[in-house]
Design a protein around this ligand. Structure first.
Ligand code: AMP
Length: 117
C-alpha cells in the first residue's frame, strides 16, 4: 500500500476503531460525530484518503458529488427535511480541521447563526 492513512477516520474505515455508522457503500461512509455540535451531527467521508478539498483532483469529481448526495440522504433519514440542515467542510488547521481526511459535517436539529463563527 502506497500510503497508510493513519488518521482516526482511516482507522474507522478499516474497522480498527468503532463508529456508529448510519450509511456505508463501496465509496463513502457516514457515522455519528463522537462529540456532537448539534442534535444531529453526522460525518460523511470518502473511503479514499483525500486530505481536504485542496487535495482533491478532477478524478475525484464524482466522489465529491457523491459526498453531497449522501449528506442529503442522511439528513433526510435523520428527519431534517422540513427544518433543513447545514453542511460544513473545514479545510486546513487554521479554520478548524483537526482530522486530515476529508469529511462533510451534516448538522441539524437546532438553529444556526450566520455568518458562522
Ligand atoms: P474537523 O474539526 O472539521 O476536522 O472535524 C473532526 C470531527 O471528527 C470533530 O467534530 C470530532 O468530534 C470528530 N471525531 C473525532 N474522532 C472521532 C471518532 N472516533 N468518531 C467520530 N467522530 C470523531
Amino acid at each position: 500500500m502506497s500510503e497508510q492513512n493513519d488518521t482516526i477516520f482511516g482507522k474507522i474505515i478499516r474497522g480498527e476503531i468503532p463508529s456508529e455508522k448510519v450509511y456505508e457503500d463501496d465509496d463513502v461512509l457516514a457515522f455519528k460525530d463522537v462529540n456532537p455540535a448539534a442534535p444531529v451531527h453526522i460525518l460523511v467521508i470518502p473511503k479514499k484518503h483525500i486530505v481536504n478539498a485542496f487535495d482533491a483532483g478532477e478524478e475525484d469529481a464524482q466522489l465529491l458529488g457523491k459526498l453531497m448526495l449522501t449528506a442529503a440522504q442522511v439528513a433526510r433519514e435523520q428527519g431534517l427535511e422540513d427544518d433543513g440542515f447545514r453542511l460544513v467542510v473545514n479545510n486546513g488547521a487554521a479554520v478548524g480541521q483537526s482530522v486530515f481526511h476529508l469529511h462533510v459535517h451534516v448538522l441539524g436539529g437546532r438553529a444556526f447563526a450566520w455568518p458562522p463563527g
